[in-house]
Design a protein around this ligand. Sequence first.
Ligand SMILES: Nc1nc(=O)c2c([nH]1)NC[C@@H]1CN(c3ccc(C(=O)N[C@@H](CCC(=O)O)C(=O)O)cc3)C=[N+]21
Length: 403
Amino acid sequence: MGSNVRSFFVNHGQTTTAADQKLSKVGSPCHLMPSNNSKKRPSSFILLIAYCFPVSDAFVWHSSTHRRIAKNQVLLYPHPITRPSLEMTAKDIDGKSVAESIRSELASKLASLPADVTSRPGLAVMLVGSRKDSQTYVRMKQKACADCGMVSFLEEYPKGEDVTEEMLLAKIRDWNEDEAVHGILVQLPLPKHIHEERILSEVDPKKDVDGLHPANTAKLFSTATHAGAVKLNWKDFTSIPFHIPCTPQGCIELLDRINDGQGIEIEGKNAVVIGRSNLVGMPVAMLLLHRNATITIVHSRTKNIESIIQQADIVVAAVGRANMVQASWLKPGCVVIDVGINSVDAPDTKRGYKLVGDVNYAEAKEVCEWITPVPGGVGPMTIAMLLRNTWNSWRRATGQMEG
Ligand SMILES: Nc1nc(=O)c2c([nH]1)NC[C@@H]1CN(c3ccc(C(=O)N[C@@H](CCC(=O)O)C(=O)O)cc3)C=[N+]21
């Protein structure tokens, strides 16, 4: 095999042409090797084909089984021998246990406060309407607070349709003044007749533990330092003197903690974010940018979405469409952070539904190196980051932390 040879194809007719086109789109030069002329094929190659091997950054596409290959799709498949660091099946990123350790760290910090510090971090949650999922999330947040020794306050407006913006604004002003409240969270979505941005803008930015106030968003989307001459340290969220949305923070925290706490290098990597919401897509792209990744945001109007994702070292999926991202869209060895929480019917389960991500997990696991499961991935991190934001807010308010 010459070192200039980067990709091989075994010709299996039409599909090879599709593969060829797709690979050239990805920018990988390919060499066709006709399989209908078996005499020309070195015998060792047959074994290699069976493994679908890459030679450094080159790939042989295994088409003979047609197993994971849908019409017009190419599967780029890593070989374990030529890439020793790559295992055939991805490792799960255990968000649940990372979140648990963050929560217990917070709990022990709170438990070991000096006796004269009697104040405790307080989180106020506003729940408007009677969505079942929102109720569940709010309950989880309150329990998380109690578990680690924080105080929580709940203001519920079950009849969402009767609520006026003025009522909500008045409550938020109360909380802004209340010294026992260090974090304010308005559970989203709000009923249609309520102007979401108007409500979120009323929250004191210092208490905006969701990081959704325009003042906090602006700081996240800026390259200014905000800390006088001191450069912000994007590797330590606790040192950042404003609030950052919880789910995006959780995504980065996971990237930093995988691989037995060593994390993976973000700098210089191609990161593709799928989705552009205020809550996740846009802020997570900014966080990746601050960590010197090259970012691309793809969305419903993006052309050639698959070939863009195929170039990603890091994929963050945050669209809310069950199993949208297929294994064939992923570059072998990439890291997948699946933010999607979609419920799909599952009549044989107790709840009658189950949660799945935006990524086709079972298939993707065979291609990428690391992947977050759903549930048990990003979800629990969101809550852990909310607690940490509330803790930081309290420390700043009580003069225990600069900034
Ligand atoms: N202002 C605001 N802030 C939010 O942070 C916010 C919001 N609105 N609206 C809705 C989304 C959703 N969200 C989740 C939090 C935890 C899990 C979570 O812990 N999920 C578990 C499973 C939970 C289950 O089994 O139902 C998991 O993924 O393992 C999921 C989703 C916060 N959100």
